[in-house]
Write a protein that binds this ligand. Structure first.
Ligand SMILES: Nc1ncnc2c1ncn2[C@@H]1O[C@H](COP(=O)(O)OP(=O)(O)O)[C@@H](O)[C@H]1O
Ligand SMILES: [Mg+2]
Length: 196
């Protein structure tokens, strides 16, 4: 299964989402690889730092250009491939087109949602299976409620699970995640259901 993590906005939580989903899948014994298609190399550096720090991640992270993505599309692959993407560009378009499922992480601010709405438009126009994932959610805030209402009014496909704002998750960069993935476990299960 190829899962691409996409949003037009930087800093929303794409890389964190890619790495946490890969972590959960690997923990369940699924052969997993993260393809890092972002020239900022956050996922690759995360893996490098984890290995240097003596806590390897338990799955592979490989940098990937357009040709690597094309090869993957043509040859297919067992298990899970998670593609972490830059906000825009050819490689992001390709990651969107070749994915079996697109995960769209979004924050709850108006700015985040505006960009997310634009991504949803593109995915729906292209007929791609996708769902929006609310991340860095602060429970019981107006922003969280407004975000849910906005996505519902758009009739966007949304994961039931939401990822709370947690220092655990932001501190995970460059390391293995702690055992609690704060909801990414459920996101992975919803993804598996959706792919059935
Ligand atoms: N659920 C969360 N709670 C707290 N911080 C988070 C959460 N998800 C991501 N972050 C932090 O937000 C920042 C941006 O996340 P990142 O995954 O790098 O986004 P992107 O790949 O979209 O640029 C990072 O500092 C990351 O640690
Ligand atoms: Mg990133």
């Amino acid at each position: 299964m190829i899962v691409s993590v996409i949003n037009l906005k930087g800093g929303v939580g794409k890389t964190t989402t890619a790495m946490a989903l890969a972590t959960q899948a690997a923990r369940e014994g699924v052969p997993t690889v993260v393809l890092d298609a972002d020239s900022q190399s956050s996922a690759s550096l995360w893996q490098y730092n984890a290995a240097q720090g003596g806590s390897p991640l338990g799955f592979e992270v490989r940098s990937a250009n357009m040709a690597d993505l094309l090869r993957l599309r043509d040859e297919g692959r067992d298990g899970l491939v998670v593609v972490d993407t830059p906000p825009t560009g050819n490689v992001t378009d390709m990651a969107k087109d070749m994915a079996d499922f697109v995960v769209v992480p979004t924050g709850t601010s108006g700015l985040d949602l505006q960009q997310t709405g634009a991504v949803v438009d593109v995915l729906e126009a292209a007929g791609r299976p996708y769902a929006v994932l609310m991340v860095r959610v602060e429970a019981n805030t107006l922003a969280a409620r407004a975000a849910r209402e906005y996505l519902a009014s758009r009739q966007a496909s949304v994961f039931e699970a939401e990822i709370p704002k947690r220092s655990d998750l932001s501190n995970a960069y460059g390391q293995r995640f702690a055992s609690n993935l704060h909801g990414y476990e459920d996101v992975w299960h919803e993804l598996k259901e959706a792919m059935r």
